[in-house]
Design a protein around this ligand. Structure first.
Ligand SMILES: NC(=O)c1ccc[n+]([C@@H]2O[C@H](COP(=O)([O-])OP(=O)(O)OC[C@H]3O[C@@H](n4cnc5c(N)ncnc54)[C@H](O)[C@@H]3O)[C@@H](O)[C@H]2O)c1
Length: 252
């Protein structure tokens, strides 16, 4: 049984990850900033209100994990926020920073404070949620794309720094995930581009070989695999779960 900590674990992809690991018999600890969603999470899961961009809160979290669990087997560094929808010249520095603080610095802080525990046990798996925005450019979403590329640089470096301690690091790059978050993205992008929500949706779906969005459960299944012994020799990889993006955002 693995001890699995998931950031932004109270909804969306993080919640689906928790459900997948729990169903496979693992122990779950979720952190999030949404109190109601934290409360609604399944019984038996550890939970804590933690803003991943706040170093003091993250440090205190991992001290508690160490006390309660004595170690950590799998970290899903999953938190990320969409940030502003605007061309680079129109992005305010504070909006850039608000996006990267959670999406990139949050991943860094979780990895930083998980590392001593994993090093001490000479084992562990870190799974970062990047995005297809971390593989391609993403017109109107520069802070998000830059942060998600940054997550991949962080992951690859951690894989190299910690491989000799038996610690693996990989990233998942989800494509557009069905659900409320993507509905918000579609609405904002439709407004920015003068298109309808359905036209923007079609643009995303038709940019993939499988002509599809993906589900949170698709991403969770990949996380479960990457956290398992079946993936024991896989590290330093970015694995897209996206229906194969051929043509990202063809209409900037
Ligand atoms: N939904 C998509 O289409 C999509 C595509 C690619 C990548 N992703 C990435 O997947 C991850 C999860 O996204 P999702 O779709 O499940 O989003 P979501 O909006 O459904 O859930 C995100 C959760 O993060 C929490 N959160 C926000 N700020 C936080 C903070 N500072 N500290 C801790 N928790 C915080 C929210 O309260 C919420 O519960 C993100 O990194 C996102 O960038 C999502």
């Amino acid at each position: 049984m693995s001890r699995v900590l998931i950031t932004a674990g109270a909804s969306g992809i993080g919640l689906a990850m928790g459900q997948a690991f729990a169903t496979a018999g693992h122990q779950i600890w979720i952190v999030d900033v949404d109190d109601a969603a934290l409360q609604a999470a399944p019984d038996g899961w550890y939970r804590a209100r933690v803003d991943v961009s706040d170093e003091t809160q993250v440090a205190a979290l991992f001290a508690k994990v160490s006390e309660a669990w004595g170690g950590l087997d799998v970290l899903c560094a999953n938190a990320g926020v969409a940030g502003p929808t605007a061309r680079v010249e129109d992005v305010a520095l504070k909006d850039w920073q608000a996006c990267t603080a959670v999406t990139l610095e949050g991943a860094f802080l979780a990895a930083k404070y998980a590392t001593p525990m994993m090093k001490a046990q000479n084992a562990g798996a870190m799974i970062f949620t990047s995005s297809t925005a971390g593989i391609y450019g993403y017109p109107n979403r520069a802070p998000y794309a830059a942060a998600k590329w940054g997550v991949i640089g962080l992951m690859k470096t951690i894989a190299m720094e910690l491989g000799s301690y038996g610690i693996r690091a990989n990233a998942i790059a989800p494509g557009a995930v069905e659900g409320p978050r993507m509905e918000g993205v579609l609405a904002r992008e439709a407004q920015a581009k003068g298109m309808t929500r359905d036209q923007v949706y079609e643009g995303y779906a038709s940019g993939t070989s499988l002509r599809t969005f993906v589900t949170a459960e698709d991403i969770a299944a990949m996380a479960l695999f990457l956290g398992s012994d079946a993936a024991q020799r896989i590290s330093g990889q970015v694995i897209a779960v996206d229906g194969h993006t051929e043509n990202p955002d063809p209409k900037p």
